[in-house]
Design a protein around this ligand. Structure first.
Ligand SMILES: *Cc1c(COP(=O)(O)O)cnc(C)c1O
Length: 227
């Protein structure tokens, strides 16, 4: 993709999104110059799957001057948490209790506050995410008790199954929305508000189901080359 095409893709997608839905440009496997092209087009929120790649790529960019923000959206190994909290503004892919404890510990160490989303497993064929809502609710109770002062539970994330069956995709997104409603009624003091759902192939359905952040890679930057 040229810089012009990237800008055009971003503008086209933005034009289809309601005002309250934020576009997260997923730049994994694409070079820093593509991120620069997106920044020039006014894009500020980026998603990366792998911590090391994010550090290398976003280290090249003067993020502060451009108000760029970076979210980690891929499953995070425990030994990468230290680096992840340094580079990221939010970790969307929190999929186990231990990870919250580690994020709190590392943020406490460097005196930083970070946002997280709880990732819920809603599609039968995807593997990532908490498999039970109960675990997320138990964590909410601990947040409510003040156990994680450096971590802000700001939302929920999910990936829909890869399928042509629109009803299954829709079900996955509505499951996430219902969980947010449950959390908001049980723990109104927690700021759990964002619904990160929808990718290049299914974001229109996600928006209909109440998404507040869509994570789009291919439709902005083109196909990824995985080697
Ligand atoms: C790669 C990725 C995306 C973007 O997917 P596209 O289909 O390229 O838009 C979104 N979310 C997650 C978690 C991803 O890993």
């Amino acid at each position: 993709m040229t810089a012009e095409q990237i800008a055009e893709n971003i503008n086209k997608i933005r034009a289809t999104l309601p005002e309250n839905v934020e576009l997260c440009a997923v730049s994994k496997f694409h070079p820093a110059e593509d991120v620069e092209a997106a920044l020039k087009a006014g894009q500020v929120l980026f998603g990366e799957n792998r911590v090391q790649e994010a550090v290398e790529k976003f280290g090249l960019i003067n993020r502060d001057s451009k108000r760029a923000r970076l979210h980690i959206i891929g499953s995070l190994q425990s030994n990468k948490v230290r680096k992840a909290v340094l580079v990221a503004d939010c970790i969307q892919s929190v999929d186990r209790t231990e990870l919250v404890e580690l994020i709190e510990k590392e943020c406490n160490r460097i005196n930083k506050t970070i946002q997280i989303f709880f990732e819920l497993h809603t599609g039968e064929d995807s593997k990532s995410g908490f498999s039970s809502e109960e675990e997320i609710l138990a964590l909410c109770s601990r947040f409510s008790a003040g156990e994680f002062p450096h971590v802000i539970p700001a939302g929920l994330m999910t990936m829909a199954p890869f399928t042509d069956d629109e009803s299954r995709i829709r079900k996955s997104f509505s499951t996430l929305r219902l969980l947010r409603e449950k959390i908001n009624s049980l723990y109104p003091e927690l700021p759990v508000k964002e619904l990160s759902m929808g990718m290049s192939g299914d974001y229109k359905i996600a928006v209909e189901e109440g998404s507040t952040i869509v994570r789009i890679g291919t439709a902005i930057f083109g196909e990824r080359q995985y080697n």
